[in-house]
Design a protein around this ligand. Structure first.
Ligand SMILES: [Zn+2]
Length: 177
């Protein structure tokens, strides 16, 4: 896979959220707040905590978007799930354990909603079928009929989401001399 330049969370940077582009605005006017206004993500507080505040916001939003979908889709299958955890995973977007615990990468909330819907449908379908059989895929389809579109998007573009919120590697030596 080719190396993609990291895109840190900083003032003026454009980042994806549910498939849309939003621009980070660092506001000095009030403290400790972060909120989205249309295509702007307005972040207050000291500059040093900007990146962490944005990471936390993504995790919260991701948790909310994923939980809502997991609840709806597990209900459709009349299944219960165990723990739902939002992580920063590198290798997988999501997983379902044999105990029915679900894990998701917070980064999936950057993807278009249909990719998020596909991923949740995939993991929730594992509550019924712990394999990738024909029956498994028919369950995925029953939960989200555009699953192929979401699956393709993740395959083609998923790696891009790992660029965001990552600090560029430190340069050798000092920056200004
Ligand atoms: Zn699977």
């Amino acid at each position: 896979m080719k190396y993609l330049e990291p895109i840190p969370f900083k003032d003026g940077e454009t980042v994806p959220f549910l498939g849309e582009s939003i621009t980070i605005f660092h506001s000095h006017s009030f403290q400790g707040d972060i909120h989205r206004e249309g295509d702007k993500l307005i972040v207050a507080g000291p500059k040093v905590s900007l990146s962490k505040t944005i990471h936390d916001w993504y995790r919260r939003e991701s948790g909310a978007e994923i939980t809502r979908r997991v609840k709806k889709k597990s209900k459709m299958l009349d299944r219960t799930y165990g723990r739902l955890t939002i992580r920063d995973t590198k290798s997988r977007w999501g997983s379902c354990s044999s105990k029915g615990n679900l894990n998701f990468s917070w980064r999936i909330v950057m993807a278009p909603p249909y990719a998020l819907d596909y991923l949740v449908a995939h993991e929730v379908a594992h509550l019924v079928e712990m394999n990738h059989s024909m029956r498994f895929w028919s369950i995925v389809e029953s939960l989200f009929d555009e699953f192929q579109r979401g699956r393709l998007w993740l395959r083609q573009n998923g790696h891009e989401l790992h660029r965001y919120g990552v600090e560029p590697p430190m340069k050798e030596g000092r920056e200004s001399e």
